[in-house]
Design a protein around this ligand. Structure first.
Ligand SMILES: C[S@@+](CC[C@H](N)C(=O)[O-])C[C@H]1O[C@@H](n2cnc3c(N)ncnc32)[C@H](O)[C@@H]1O
Length: 292
């Protein structure tokens, strides 16, 4: 795991260097934690509920079952950080009655097609068999869009580490990307103003540089494209002001309560303000900063 974490850190550092993004030590500390959680959650089935650590016997026996090794079960108790089981799902979209499957099918039929991008998808559900007709994650979406995939429908997802070695045609994993380094995806086949929906459930939430993420997301969205994600409630003012500066209009917002924070659906304005030159963007950022 230490070697995998080191390799992932180096790959992420290369992504950052490619777009001249130099995060602070504090931000790197959070990214390192995220990498460890990513690597840890590979040992679990998606969405498996983990026993609290204070129930030592139950916890160790569950982790032994999950990892298939009593050594790993015990060492997870002693050395690992908090466990995150990342299933990847469309629960946030459901909470605001956005039917991503219906939305995707409608667009895939049209000339411009459909492009979806999920940030921090984790397992992304591709590990488990799916049933046709249910659309609860990007793997279900892939099944629903099967006749269009690679032709008029394209599904992309980012992760801090690489999770998948093979994916259906038209489905792409972009490993070693954080929400703030989303701009790097533009050199990986996802061009500016080409994405219909950017979705992030409990992943962009961990991003420390949400302003950069909002501008990069706005650049990628088509006019009227949607950005759906949740963020920490204390960042509400900053998020709304910066989103506005980036050309994103708040369409729906919803208080999820507790540590799930605020859920928001932004719509990208026309014309695409985020495609303005760097100077105009800096000016808009200054306006947003003054508004805080
Ligand atoms: C709780 S899991 C959620 C995974 C998945 N979206 C889901 O809903 O099941 C948190 C995910 O956030 C990702 N993550 C952590 N920090 C991130 C960042 N700065 N940018 C993007 N993703 C990040 C981790 O890799 C992990 O996959």
């Amino acid at each position: 795991m230490f070697l995998d974490a080191l390799l992932a850190r180096r790959a992420i550092a290369r992504t950052f260097a490619n777009i001249s993004y130099w995060p602070s030590e504090t931000i790197w500390r959070e990214i390192k934690k995220g990498i460890y959680r990513d690597l840890q959650s590979r040992r679990l089935r998606p969405d498996v509920p983990i026993q609290p650590r204070r129930q030592i016997c139950r916890y160790v026996s569950q982790m032994t079952r999950e990892t298939g090794s009593s050594y790993q079960g015990l060492s997870s108790l002693l050395f690992d950080g908090a466990w995150t089981s990342s299933g990847g799902s469309f629960r946030l979209a459901e909470a605001i009655q956005v039917d991503l499957g219906k939305y995707a099918l409608e667009r895939a039929h049209q000339d411009q097609g459909f492009r979806f991008l999920e940030i921090g998808a984790g397992w992304a559900g591709f590990k488990h068999p799916r049933s046709v007709g249910v659309c609860q994650n990007v793997a279900d979406l892939a099944l629903l869009l099967k006749p269009y995939l690679g032709k008029s429908a394209f599904l992309h997802f980012t992760n801090l580490t690489k999770w998948h070695s093979a994916l259906p045609s038209g489905v792409f994993e972009h490993p070693h990307l954080t929400a703030a380094s989303l701009k790097a995806i533009e050199s990986q086949g996802v061009t500016a103003a080409s994405v219909d929906v950017i979705y992030s459930q409990a992943a962009a939430y961990f991003e420390q540089d949400l302003t950069i993420f909002l501008f990069a997301a706005a650049r990628l969205l088509r006019p009227n494209g949607r950005l759906i994600f949740n963020y920490r409630t204390e960042l509400a003012e900053q998020v709304v002001a910066n989103a506005l500066a980036a050309g994103l209009r708040r369409h729906i917002s919803h208080d999820l309560g507790g540590m799930n924070g605020q859920l928001v659906c932004f719509v990208r304005d026309k014309p695409n303000l985020s495609l303005l030159g760097t100077e105009a963007l800096i000016e808009r950022l200054a306006v947003a900063a003054a508004a805080r």
